[in-house]
Design a protein around this ligand. Structure first.
Ligand SMILES: *Cc1c(COP(=O)(O)O)cnc(C)c1O
Length: 357
């Protein structure tokens, strides 16, 4: 079976480096906020040219950013209808209300026009959380223009470590969940910001609201990244750029094949940005048949996401209207584009993609 994420192959490849890094942690025994956490934050900070605060997961990164911004009861937060449910769940966790925004039919990221219309109806929206779905950066330039200076733009970059976006955001949340472009061996995440005070606030919130001298001003969370996970990520960081380059190569092969196909349509990457290629996702009106054909050829594929978030039982009472997201959920299919695919495997996937529907 050609695996969707290729984690076992990557582990095999990096086994020695990871074992060595983990054994160093066992030697010093500082399992919480040990030296590897600082080393990773420094490394990520250099790579992203911003302050980086590692945390326990992508979900907790989003929640900490909202808590730090003072989001609470009575606030409305704009989220796209097509995303992993955690993007909206953190809004509930703060006591605020999500406002679901439809997506662009080509890029599948938050539709700025729908955002504008929904802000007109809901002027109380204080925060906007665009999602870089499957690694493709959201349209931050347009969103920022619509948001205005008073609204906080929090990028859900859980799937987009390694991408290059256009436009400015107040903060960005990353996830190191094992299947994300940079994944650890468990849960992990980070917050990225250009603001030193904001980074300091995130540090307080991830450690029970305790400051560097043990002073407590408010409550926080117990949401640090484990030292062992930081060690795993450090071992993987060295390979990351080469992996991304390989993903790009594979994706351009698929794109080439699908150019001649008018029934299988890939996600569109806008000009001027770079995707992290977390997943290669296509839409097709005969999605289930395509999935059957891939499965017969021994190729794993998966539907991300079968249910638009506004149709989840937790949110139906809101009565949100997002028709593009709804249709997309019936048509999308994600196929393997991980960097450990062999040439033969890429060829095999191209063959199935090029067959008539
Ligand atoms: C994975 C993911 C999250 C949550 O990240 P975790 O690390 O699993 O908590 C949030 N948003 C999106 C878009 C995701 O893909």
């Amino acid at each position: 079976m050609i695996d969707l994420f290729g984690i076992a192959r990557q582990t095999e490849f990096l086994r020695k480096a990871v074992d060595w890094k983990i054994s160093k942690v066992l030697d010093h025994g500082q399992y919480i906020l040990g030296p590897e956490v600082q080393e990773l934050e420094d490394r990520l900070s250099e790579y992203l040219d911003a302050y980086v605060v590692t945390v326990s997961s992508g979900r907790d990164a989003l929640l900490i950013a909202l808590l730090s911004d003072g989001v609470g009861i009575g606030d409305a937060v704009a989220v796209p209808a097509f995303t992993f449910p955690a993007t909206a769940e953190v809004v509930l966790a703060c006591g605020a209300t999500p406002v679901f925004i439809d997506i662009d039919p080509h890029t599948w990221t938050m539709d700025p026009n729908d955002l504008r219309e929904k802000i007109e109806v809901n002027p109380h929206i204080s925060v906007i959380i665009p999602v870089d779905i499957f690694g493709v950066p959201a349209d931050y330039e347009s969103i920022h223009e619509i948001a205005g200076p008073a609204r906080f733009v929090l990028s859900d970059g859980a799937q987009s470590f390694g991408s290059k976006a256009k436009g400015w955001v107040d903060a960005r949340a990353l996830s190191f969940y094992p299947t994300k472009p940079l994944g650890c061996f468990g849960d992990g995440g980070a917050l990225v910001t250009g603001d030193a005070d904001q980074a300091a606030s995130y540090r307080l919130l991830r450690s029970n609201g305790l400051g560097p001298h043990g002073q407590q001003y408010d409550y926080g969370m117990s949401a640090r990244l484990d030292t062992i996970q930081a060690a795993v990520l450090l071992a993987k960081m060295g390979m990351f750029e080469a992996e991304l380059e390989r993903r790009r190569e594979i994706v351009s092969r698929y794109d080439e094949v699908l150019q001649k196909h008018d029934q299988i349509i890939p996600q569109i990457i806008p000009t001027g940005v770079q995707s992290a290629h977390a997943l290669y996702t296509v839409r097709s009106s005969s999605r289930d048949k395509l999935q059957d054909r891939l499965s017969e050829a021994g190729i794993q594929s998966k539907v991300y996401y079968p249910i638009p978030v506004h149709r989840q039982p937790a949110y139906t009472y809101l009565g949100a209207v997002c028709p593009v997201a709804e249709q997309l959920c019936n048509e999308v299919l994600s196929i393997p584009c991980h960097p450990y695919l062999t040439e033969d495997e890429v060829e095999k996937i191209c063959e199935v993609l090029s067959e008539p529907q």
